[in-house]
Design a protein around this ligand. Structure first.
Ligand code: GLA
Length: 733
């Protein structure tokens, strides 16, 4: 009996003292605090050399207090001390979604990354570059975690550099850029789906346990169905001006994958990187693999501040010529399609001048002789000017444009090849296709293998020739219409490297092009908004949000893009799409970089006069839209109108765009719309511009204080016969 009691006691003691699942309680050795102006991300180095993210939130006054954070959480066990790993390695202790998985040269799949050291470098008074080096305990395998803090913009760029000294290549089975752990009571994710002419459709959901993944496997034109850019609201549902929200995405134009894992401790782990789908990258010894950057901001004042942070960062340090000027233009795509000749172009140059815009952009159809580009079925890759349409070449048009007093730009689609082309006939091995299978086309075309350096040379040389043959060429629209089907590269030894090396190849070409032509403005187009990301925007001055130019749909697309990308980068064209009047179209295009794609002859006199006047008005306020701060006042998905304002940096000028987006017989703005971002102590004269047919409904010489505008607001008086209103606010002293 006594023996039995003893056994029971021992059993009870064992359960109490050594619970089946032990929780590691480790001391923090030191913290690495990544500070921006408003928020901090804190990494802790534990005594066993694990590196964890212990904090992401408002900055604490006393950095020493970050150590006390963990003690305040009484969450479930973390069996591994890895749930919050700053870069989760797999094959050893890990139980959750990894950031990195490998197959070592000897076939072993285990990795356990431990802290080695870290360095902090001041890149500028505004940027700190922190590098944390990790090493596996058994294999000579290293990962550097890179963090670039942009202090005043409150943006962190994060990436990894992977290398090893094993005897043979290591397979990177997964190789994320960032792995961030976020604590909160609830998490709300806004992500985007879409398709051609239906880009950036938002969906918002409360995250539940398990993994939600945003990804693309399309190879090129990778944002056709999804973008990697998202907003994650912490604790409360997403709001424009309140709450903590993380906005970010992967700066990468290839396949991406962003996982949101709500883990057993109720935290959310964000793991963002290149999609490892069909891409177990083979990395040779001593070669570095540099992942793309994951860029994010954390706003504690809702989406609005988050967007302004990203815009500011993009203009200051990512978007090409982000703080510069842009050219307004007339494009011929929707007015001529492939059907043009020198005479028509001369006329379009005249129209460009007549309209008052800066540049004429010649779109698709100017090339190919053996197989002329008269439809989208031939000639991609044959970048010789079509002699029948343009017997005197591009050069003569550039010259004529100068004579007319406008600039000239041109469309290219360098990554693509038509099956019916001389390029395909000469270089079938340059084409991405399965050797033993039927070809499958997207818009009647195939993709060139940019992972092949010969193809990179071909594209660079083609672009270079275009500029050396035609000095004075002032603008390029770089298109990319097809996705990758039948992924196979005749060049690659290991097909696993193809998708990733394709995008690296694209960047190599763009890098070379920009080294030689650093300034020329270039539009990033991909059958509409199929490629909009900060990896490529480093080389481009603007992007094309969608082939859908119906201004009603554009309000919604532009609104969602504005969460991440600044207005100066948004190319907005006025076309024949949509049955709204010219004023509505012009007003929508005003929220970005304005362009026209119209046949002026089809406009009535009154419409033409209005358009000419609107270009002049645009020249008055474009600086505010391009270089000012954006405030979103009304979301068309939540009410019957959209309303947005841009404020100049010195708050002396602002412009407000208002659109009625729900048409019922009685639709109108019943209440004033409250402003934000103005100076409460300034008085503003309010003028309605872009008036068409009817006059303004606003009181003459209206002056309101910033205080009034921000506390009471202003009613633009939208109603059914007045569906868009643009107001200019100018300080009066
Ligand atoms: C794509 C672009 C359009 C136009 C055509 C030309 O669809 O998005 O703007 O340039 O190609 O073929």
């Amino acid at each position: 009996m006594k023996k039995n009691i003893l056994i029971l006691f021992l059993a009870f003691y064992c359960i109490k003292a050594f619970p089946q699942q032990t929780q590691l309680i480790l001391k923090t050795e030191k913290d690495i605090v990544l500070n921006t102006d408003k928020f901090a991300m804190v990494l802790s180095i534990e005594e066993n050399k694990d590196v964890n993210t212990i904090y992401l939130g408002k900055k604490l006054k006393d950095e020493k207090e970050y150590r006390k954070i963990n003690g305040q959480y009484k969450q479930a066990h973390d069996y591994t001390n890895m749930y919050q790993s700053a870069y989760t390695a797999s094959g050893t202790r890990n139980l959750l979604e990894p950031a990195i998985s490998v197959e070592h040269a000897d076939g072993n799949q285990a990795l356990d990354l431990k802290y080695v050291d870290h360095k902090i470098e001041d890149k500028s008074p505004n940027q700190k570059h922190v590098v944390v080096t990790l090493k596996d305990q058994v294999y000579p395998f290293f990962v550097e975690l890179h963090y670039l803090t942009n202090v005043k913009e409150n943006v962190i760029e994060q990436w990894a550099v992977i290398k090893h000294q094993e005897k043979k290549a290591v397979k990177l089975v997964k190789y994320a850029s960032a792995n961030i752990s976020v604590k909160g009571s609830d998490f709300y994710l806004r992500n985007y789906h879409g398709d051609w002419i239906a880009e950036m459709q938002p969906e918002t959901q409360k995250l539940t346990h398990g993994i939600k993944t945003l990804d693309s496997k399309l190879g090129s034109r990778t944002n056709l169905f999804q973008t990697s850019y998202f907003a994650l609201s912490i604790d409360n549902p997403i709001a424009e001006n309140e709450g903590t929200v993380l906005l970010g995405g992967l700066d990468w134009s290839g396949n991406f994958r962003v996982d949101f894992e709500k883990d057993p401790q109720e935290n959310v782990r964000i793991i963002a990187g290149i999609n490892n789908y069909a891409s177990h990258y083979s990395l040779a010894p001593n070669k570095e693999f540099v992942t793309p950057r994951f860029t994010f901001t954390l706003s504690t004042q809702g989406l609005g501040q988050g967007s302004r942070n990203l815009h500011e960062w993009a203009r200051n340090s990512r978007l090409l010529d982000g703080n510069g000027e842009r050219l307004t233009l007339l494009n011929n795509w929707e007015s001529t399609y492939f059907d043009f000749d020198e005479k028509k172009i001369s006329h379009l140059l005249e129209n460009t001048k007549k309209l008052g815009v800066d540049l004429f952009l010649l779109d698709d159809g100017w090339f190919g002789n053996k197989y002329p580009r008269n439809a989208d079925t031939s000639a991609l890759g044959d970048w010789e000017v079509n002699k029948k349409k343009l017997p005197n070449g591009i050069f003569s048009i550039v010259k004529e444009a100068k004579k007319t007093g406008v600039e000239f730009g041109i469309w290219v689609e360098p990554e693509m090849v038509s099956p019916k082309s001389e390029l395909y006939e000469k270089h079938p091995k340059w084409v991405v296709k399965q050797p033993a299978r039927d070809e499958y086309y997207f818009r009647n075309q195939l993709v060139l293998d940019l992972s092949n350096p010969e193809v990179q040379d071909f594209i660079f040389n083609m672009m270079d020739k275009l500029f050396t043959d035609n000095p004075g060429l002032a603008y390029v629209k770089w298109d990319c219409n097809a996705v990758i089907y039948n992924a196979y590269s005749a060049y690659q030894k290991d097909q696993n490297n193809f998708y990733t090396d394709y995008t690296f190849g694209l960047y190599k070409v763009l890098e070379r092009f920009r080294a030689k032509y650093p300034k020329v403005p270039m539009m990033l187009c991909s059958g509409g908004g199929g490629r909009v990301d900060y990896g490529s925007l480093k080389y481009f001055t603007e992007y094309w949000p969608s082939d859908n130019t119906d201004p009603y749909d554009r309000i919604f697309i532009q609104y969602e893009n504005s969460l991440f990308f600044p207005a100066i980068a948004s190319a907005n064209h006025i076309t024949t799409f949509g049955n709204q009047d010219i004023k509505f179209k012009v007003d929508v295009a005003g929220m970005g970089k304005m362009g026209f794609d119209l046949n002026l002859e089809e406009l009535h006199d009154e419409e033409l006069k209005f358009a000419q006047e609107a270009v002049k008005n645009y020249n008055l306020y474009k600086d505010i839209v391009w270089h000012g701060d954006l405030y979103r006042f009304a979301n068309p998905r939540e009410t019957n109108h959209a309303s947005l304002g841009y404020v100049s940096k010195d708050k002396s000028k602002a412009v407000m765009f208002n659109y009625l987006t729900k048409y019922t017989h009685v639709s109108k703005t019943t209440n004033p719309i409250k402003w934000d971002g103005l100076d409460a102590n300034k008085n503003y004269k309010i003028t309605e511009i872009n008036l068409y047919k009817s006059g303004s409904y606003l009181q003459n010489d209206l002056v309101l204080s910033g205080d009034f505008l921000m506390k009471v607001g202003i009613n633009p008086i939208l109603e059914n016969n007045r569906r868009s209103v643009v107001l200019l606010l100018e300080e009066v002293k």
